[in-house]
Design a protein around this ligand. Structure first.
Ligand code: GLC
Length: 567
């Protein structure tokens, strides 16, 4: 979990004609059309099950709700859905506190509903990815209940138990990322247990081979039920320094929870993490499955470690560095794309998820948000790599945080208020239509439906050819059928342009140009076709008045032009 700051800046430089100098930053990793694995060209879509569709009208979304929307997802152009945790859970962290890995929480349905979802998804060729919470369980999991029952219980060593430094003093200075000490004293056995997240989420002891076996078996169990892979939650945090050395203080001051800013040197990103990822990958390979990672990394070198040497760890570690470019800056995006394009594995692009402010607000300027939403869609859906969408992005859903502490559902929001308002804002119900509660439920929705459902919803946008939704559909359709977008190399062009981000995707004799105007003023891009060996540029997908005439691409403010270059 990592919160991205809400910040943006729009370059305001006027009209510019600049020439295309393809810096031949062509990748050495272009995928071969023949023989690439299923996940490489798939479009993934994250569903936050509480908020997607409520079939029994209790105010919380469920699996049957998801099943009822499979046709919508298919029509949109989705090939795989990643369902955030839907396992039995006390819901302290809304499912990221699992009390049974091999079942479905009754609030979401049951295993029969899951099987039905899986078979309906299969009919539509949609793969199902589950969210595997690997670092911790719920404190209500039977393993932990046994573990805490006595110092000699069978599961004692399945978690991290230690003596305090002295009366009332935890074993070291580690703070929980959700606030307060990362150690909780348990009076029954007189020891502390470790929790990187909430105290209700005790960390598993991955140094214990029994833990490893049990958790690996969980993946087998779901693979045998038809699951096509996992998104691995919080992978950084699996191991801790066995000597429990104190973490250094990163800089002075206190965070939103009143804790010191620690550098998580001794409790994150330990090398042993990679042994486990290699093991999980072996099991995944036996089932032709994909592993996606929640990999918050400082740079691409660190991201490379998650692919593993010889690509034997995660196939799709998410590139969160991309989400940290929080302004419409061609310069910054170009740099970030070039870096990840040179990574040792296939890039994985994400612009929003259930932990960060939605892209609509991170990039939107308050006036042109819909145009900017289309611009961002054109960006992450035409890059060389696998995109992971987040529900609601395709209709321009806005982050709608609570306005009062009493309304907050996410515990970190109550704890850190007002500096940290929690993650409710990006988890509000999906906006299906303009009827009450946006067609999500007829009950009382667990989070309020944002007022924007009147203007941004699936039903109305489906009828409007200029909507964000229709634009998403067009780009996704193109992406599925255009070999250059699927398998082509990536080459940045016009690299000095500070308003327009443009690039070529080249596959054999096919070339696609993508031009994205990240400024609020009209821009032009000269393709100098002849000099580059082309005869014409034809529009494939573009917004509004953005066109190509002769050598010139004209882009409206925040305009998009995707075109085919003919020889
Ligand atoms: C991940 C999840 C986040 C959750 C945390 C603890 O960061 O994305 O939602 O709170 O792990 O499981």
């Amino acid at each position: 979990m990592n919160r991205t700051a809400l910040s943006m800046a729009i370059p305001l430089i006027l009209f510019c004609t600049s020439w295309l100098t393809a810096s031949a930053q062509t990748s050495t990793h272009a995928a071969d059309a023949e023989g690439h694995p299923w996940w490489q060209n798939a479009v993934f879509y994250e569903i936050y099950p509480r908020s997607f569709a409520d079939s029994n009208n209790d105010g919380v979304g469920d699996l049957n709700g998801i099943t009822s929307k499979l046709d919508y997802l298919k029509d949109l152009g989705v090939d795989a859905i990643w369902i955030s945790p839907c396992f039995p859970s006390p819901q302290v962290d809304f499912g990221y506190d699992v009390s049974d890995y091999e079942n479905i929480d009754p609030m979401y349905g049951n295993l029969a509903d899951f099987d039905n979802l899986a078979s309906e998804a299969k009919k539509r060729n949609i793969h199902i990815i589950l969210d595997f919470v690997v670092n911790h369980t719920s404190d209500q999991h039977k393993w932990f209940l046994d573990s805490k029952s006595s110092r000699t219980s069978a599961h004692r060593d399945w978690y991290i138990w230690r003596d305090g430094k002295g009366p009332g003093q935890p074993p070291n200075n580690w703070v929980s990322t959700f606030g307060g000490s990362a150690w909780k004293f348990d009076p029954t056995t007189g020891q502390y247990y470790y929790h990187y997240f909430y105290p209700e989420q005790p960390d598993l002891n991955w140094r214990n081979p029994a833990v490893k076996d049990a958790m690996f078996d969980v993946t087998r169990w779901w693979y045998n039920r038809g699951v096509a892979g996992f998104r691995l939650d919080a992978v950084d945090t699996l191991f801790e320094d066995p000597n429990l050395q104190d973490n250094p203080i990163a800089h002075p001051g206190k965070n939103a929870f009143g804790d010191p800013f620690e550098q998580n040197k001794y409790n994150t990103k330990l090398p042993e993490v990679h042994d486990i990822l290699r093991g999980l990958r072996q099991v995944a390979d036996e089932h032709d499955a994909v592993l996606i990672g929640e990999t918050w990394t400082a740079d691409v070198a660190e991201l490379n470690q998650y692919y593993g040497k010889g690509n034997n760890e995660l196939q799709l570690p998410m590139d969160f560095l991309f989400t940290m470019v929080n302004k419409l800056s061609p310069v910054e995006f170009r740099k970030q794309i070039a870096e990840v394009n040179g990574a040792s594995g296939w890039p994985t692009f994400v612009i929003s998820n259930h932990d960060i402010v939605r892209s609509y607000d991170r990039y939107g300027d308050g006036k042109h948000n819909d145009q900017i939403a289309k611009l961002m869609a054109a960006l992450y859906l035409t890059l060389r790599g696998t995109p992971i969408m987040y529900y609601g992005e395709e209709i321009g859903m806005k982050t709608t945080p609570p306005t009062r502490r009493e309304e907050v559902q996410d515990p970190i929001g109550r704890k850190g208020w007002p500096k940290e308002k929690g993650r409710d804002g990006e988890r509000t119900p999906m906006q299906w239509n303009s009827s009450e509660n946006a067609g999500f439920t007829t009950g009382k929705p667990w989070l309020p439906v944002p007022p924007t459902y009147k203007t941004h919803n699936v039903a109305d946008e489906s009828k409007d050819p200029d909507s964000v939704l229709e634009f998403y559909k067009q780009v996704l359709k193109l992406r599925h059928t255009n070999q250059a977008l699927l398998d082509g190399s990536y080459s940045a062009i016009n690299e000095n342009d500070t308003n327009v981000l443009s690039y070529l995707r080249i596959y054999k004799d096919q070339t696609v140009v993508v031009a994205l105007n990240m400024s609020g003023s009209p821009q032009k891009l000269n393709l100098d076709l002849k000099r580059n060996g082309f005869s014409s540029a034809t529009r494939l997908v573009a917004t509004g008045k953005s066109t190509a005439k002769g050598d010139e691409v004209s882009l409206e403010p925040f305009g998009v032009f995707i075109g085919q270059l003919a020889k």
